[in-house]
Design a protein around this ligand. Sequence first.
Ligand code: PMP
Length: 428
Amino acid sequence: MIYQRSSALFSAAQKVIPGGVNSPVRAFKAVGGDPIFVKEAKGAYLYDEDGNRLIDYINSWGPMILGHAYPPVVNAVIEKAKKGTSFGMPTQIETKIAELAVSMVPNIDKIRFVNSGTEACMSAVRLARGYTKKDKIIKFAGCYHGHSDSFLIQAGSGAVTFGSPNSPGVTQGTAKDTLLARYNDIEQVERIINLNKGKIACIIVEPVAGNMGCIPPAKGFLEGLRSLCDTHNILLIFDEVMTGFRLAKGGVQELLGVNADIVTFGKVIGGGLPVGAFAARKEIMTYLAPEGPVYQAGTLSGNPLAMAAGLAMLTELNKNEKVFKSLAQKTEYLHKGIAEALHENGVIHTINRIGSMISVHFDKDPVIDFDSAAKGNNDTFKKFFHGMLEHGIYIAPSAFESWFITDALTYDDLDETIAAVHKVAKTL
Ligand code: PMP
């Protein structure tokens, strides 16, 4: 495939945008080469500036669960835009999407909308600190909760891809309040809590991790966190920015039957527009301004276009719950096909999958935490990435990312992908 025009556009972008991109993972730094500039997308396909068609396994890093340019979402945005794009005043559509979200997700009474997953997680932690009147938080190595200061301590995703899991610019003062634990290691969490008795406001966790590749929680891990939080008066925050409205209508709380105290959302909830949200039971949410003392605000929060896209998306998912089963079946089919192709060609690998999240790790051992994820062979990943791209298959340009399956994929698309893996596997 030819990517001449993309390369030229990237050169122009680099002159005026740091690294040529507005979010680091978009650059192909971890895999080498120039990023691809997309022109438009429809369903499961991206069409780039050079006229190539690519099957998309990133889907805007999660939001496009029903495919690109999904008509009900696009139409809702167009109709809304004709009536004004921002007011900074309350609108009815905010209540409508809030009512729908609260009805779909277990264990929440109220939800506040923001503009990104970062804002959602940052605000959730502030709320937890205000509510519990404690300062420290526990996060897990390799989990990513956005780029707010408290989270850039052993962060996953782009932060680790670019070798800066601890970013310069985060002060020692902030870093000392973030305590780090190993994902899936409940004993270590308990030890940390015992060493910091009475000081921990919350534990924030990706209940299914997606930022060190996909890593489902070990049996008993989430239940263990729940019980430790109950015992020690700590709030449990599920960061469902990736998993919310993706793994089930009610996210991981529903899928795995463990309740969180605060849940954060992003990606799917905005239908492809900039939306994040955080939600909890009444007694916690009333702690938030203007009802309560914990401050949080936003000029464009609850923006009408964003709310229209989100409402259209959630409405579709709510009325067609079969979509979650269909997504899981497609992902399982893909898993089997990829595993067979790699196995036949003697490529050492481990595949993690849950629902419509999947990742291929080039290592023989189980991938259960950040250390095991980091052990994967990055040279093999690079070759795999570029090989797939040559065959028109677009996966995330980093081994530390999950693939996001969209229901717009047909079984023919999946077969085309598996056929590409067969060819690429021979070169690894
Ligand atoms: N939490 C998780 C689990 C995420 O995957 C991400 C983004 N990949 C974020 C938070 C941050 O969301 P945003 O990029 O919208 O700020």
